[in-house]
Design a protein around this ligand. Structure first.
Ligand code: X8Z
Ligand code: ZN
Length: 682
């Protein structure tokens, strides 16, 4: 890898995107009771003045950073990377200076806002870097190399003319669309070859960020990550345990039902791995984090109103394409036909985005600025490499907002647009705050906004935008709609938790490098009840096959978001005056709900998240009660479906390298032997 590339990616991981919604955490509230005065010896900068200066400097340097970053992500070449790397180097070294300067105010009087701002500054990166320049350079090069391996990763098969190389998107298509066991296994294994070479780099990466965290006064990098929640690191870890305990029985029922249905599709033998776990390659998703692609296998009722949004979106695209073909004049050369196809893809993606914008506008929020439509990357360009992973951008903290996606006409991408616009509307809402407060109340809030809107995309809403046919009012239709949501939102919960369980263990040393892969699959087994069909020894580095590991993006935010979004949704339904069953509420078009949402967004990270949550919901804590209320009909239905089944799984029975382990028999009505997951009952 060329050095210029290394510098760029390192900066991405630590710097600019740390200021964007997907990557930024606020700080603990250590400020509330401090006196609101600011004074030091005459002539010296006070803490309040210092923070005012940091805010001003940050805002001033921000546009040139994001511009360089945007160019390098949407037009990858050596020139754009060089410029982005330089801009990021400058930013990162400035950030380190600010943090060092802030130390001189320790113990001094300052306003609560200033104290909070200093805390936020210290937690502004998820990649604490050692101060030693050689080690800092080594760290940034490593992160870049890992991200490069992920981004350019491909799986090649065949020889000579038959040689075929596929990237992640194509391998995901196989898991999404194929129901051929062997093809799926090949695609799943193929993608997991890409991360094998990352193991050495990741091991060193852990040493270096831990050194950086230590220099900043944390025991390790994981403790630093857990310090960004306005409560102690111990408390937030316990909070995630508590929330998981609340939702675990629901997940176990979904797991049990899914295993039975997979058995009907593939045969019972193939539908479960030893101990009753789900085979990793059959879940329709590379990481088993979202089971929505298995709708054809898992739909509860066939004739209760179609929710096949994929088909509707694809057919819209086909219509646009046919229209463009009909209008096209001149000779239909292959190149002209390819142009027309690209134009149709762009038009379909813009139409999907307009639809998402319409939801936010219906709540009384502003239309997206013209510059959004001019500058956004909607689809994968044909003429250059781009970073396809979906993201939302605030270019200048004053209205130049964009999204960057490679939209395809499918349900997953359609809902991801709503997710990304949640970030965008958060940016727009807090742009008037001082730059250091321009972040989510905590990082889970930022991830939850768009998802809250997705919960309000009820079958009736989908019908109103012509994506599904007229919906029945029947119990079957309710269960279908609930299942559609559960496959995305309930299936995600244990995944949202286990990634950082692994990283926290890696950072605190309880998971050593010679156990990286074993610990990963132990956690996958324990929390998700999924397992590979054959042993994955330490020659693999399967954690690296998930973007957020080489990309060093903390993941607890997504777990928290998957709980919070139900609390937000319930509050917005209340604000809208809705009184029916929670799962049937849509606040589309309701300005009272919009006002309540906007009020929360405009708080940014300016106060502890507990206060912000209270303003919205009336309660101060995160709680999965709303998740359970929402899914109550489905949970009852699942219990009926699972009656007589032995649910749960034995995490210890997963395939292991070395001498084969005997799978212990599960017993009727007995809890999963490992005490992991599964209550053993139907
Ligand atoms: O990474 C994302 C978003 C950007 S913040 C596209 N998500 C997580 C993932 O893909 O693993 C959204 C859901 C979880
Ligand atoms: Zn996001």
């Amino acid at each position: 890898m060329k050095p210029v590339r290394a510098l760029l990616a390192a900066a991405i991981a630590t710097g600019v995107l740390a200021l964007a919604g997907c990557d930024r955490s606020p700080s603990p509230d250590t400020t509330a009771d401090q006196p609101a005065t600011s004074s030091t010896a005459q002539g010296e900068e006070t803490a309040d003045q210092f923070i005012a200066r940091v805010n001003a400097e940050l805002k001033e340097m921000y546009p040139q950073l994001t511009a360089a970053q945007w160019l390098s992500s949407t037009y990858i070449n050596e020139d754009s990377q060089l410029l982005a790397a330089k801009a990021n180097e400058e930013y990162l070294s400035r950030l380190n200076d600010w943090i060092a300067q802030s130390r001189r105010f320790e113990g001094q009087e300052m306003t609560p806002e200033t104290a909070r701002s200093i805390q936020l500054l210290k937690l502004a990166t998820s990649m604490p870097a050692p101060t030693d320049p050689t080690e800092l350079k080594e760290l940034t090069e490593i992160v870049t190399r890992m991200e490069g391996m992920y981004g350019s990763g491909e799986y090649c098969t065949g020889e000579g003319d038959a040689r075929q190389c596929r990237q992640l998107g194509e391998l995901e298509d196989v898991l999404r669309n194929s129901r051929d066991y062997d093809d799926q296994l090949d695609a799943w294994r193929g993608w997991h070859t890409v991360s094998q070479p990352m193991r050495k780099d990741y091991t060193r990466f852990v040493e270096l960020v831990n050194k950086g965290a230590d220099e900043m006064g944390f025991t390790d990098a994981g403790e630093m990550w857990r310090s960004a929640y306005d409560m102690s690191p111990v408390e937030i870890a316990a909070e995630t345990d508590r929330l998981w305990t609340q939702v675990k029985p629901l997940y176990e029922q979904l797991h049990c039902y899914t295993r039975t249905r997979l058995g009907a599709e593939y045969g019972q033998e193939r539908a479960e791995v030893a101990g009753g776990m789900l085979p990793a390659h059959l879940m329709g998703n590379m990481w088993q984090q979202d089971w929505g692609n298995l709708w054809d296998v898992l739909a509860p009722y066939e004739n209760a109103g179609s929710l096949d949004i994929n088909a509707a979106l694809e057919s819209r695209y086909q219509q646009i394409h046919a229209q463009k073909l009909a209008q096209a004049t001149g000779e239909r050369t292959p190149s002209r036909l390819a142009d027309i196809e690209q134009e149709a893809r762009e038009a379909a993606a813009r139409q999907m985005t307009k639809r998402a914008e319409d939801f936010y506008v219906s709540l009384g929020m502003p239309k997206l600025p013209d510059s959004y439509w001019e500058n956004t990357q909607f689809i994968k360009p044909r003429d250059r490499d781009v970073v396809c992973h979906a993201s939302a951008w605030d270019m200048n903290m004053e209205g130049d907002v964009r999204t960057k996606m490679c939209i395809k006409p499918n349900e997953e991408d359609f809902t991801t647009i709503y997710h990304e616009l949640g970030h965008v509307y958060y940016y727009l809402a807090y742009n008037d705050l001082p730059p250091l407060f321009q972040a989510g109340a905590h990082d889970g809030f930022h991830e939850a906004i768009g998802d809250t809107i997705v919960l309000a995309m009820t079958p009736q809403y989908l019908e109103s935008i012509d994506l599904v046919d007229a919906q029945q009012q029947s119990e079957e239709a309710v269960i279908n709609a609930q299942m559609r949501m559960a496959l995305s939102k309930v299936a995600f919960l244990p995944f949202g938790l286990m990634i950082d369980r692994w990283r926290w263990g890696v950072f605190d040393g309880s998971i050593t490098p010679d156990q990286y892969n074993k610990a990963w699959w132990d956690l996958k087994a324990q929390y998700q009840g999924v397992a590979p069909v054959d042993a994955r020894g330490e020659e693999f580095f399967d954690p690296g096959a998930k973007y957020h590991v080489p990309g060093n993006t903390p993941y607890t935010r997504y777990f928290l978001a998957h709980v919070l979004q139900f609390q937000f949704y319930k509050s917005l339904c209340d604000a809208a005056g809705y009184e029916g069953p929670l799962h049937e509420c849509s606040f589309y078009g309701n300005e009272a709900a919009g006002e309540r949402l906007q009020a929360m967004l405009s708080r940014g990270a300016g106060q502890p998240w507990q206060r912000t949550l209270q303003e919205l919901t009336g309660g101060e804590g995160m709680d999965a009660g709303a998740v359970l209320e929402y899914f109550a009909p489905l949970q009852d239905w699942l219990k009926q479906q699972n009656e007589g089944q032995t649910c749960g799984w034995q995490a210890s029975a997963a395939p292991r390298p070395g001498p084969a382990t005997e799978a212990t028999e599960r017993t009727e009505d007995a809890p999963a032997a490992d005490g992991a997951d599964g209550d053993g009952t139907a």
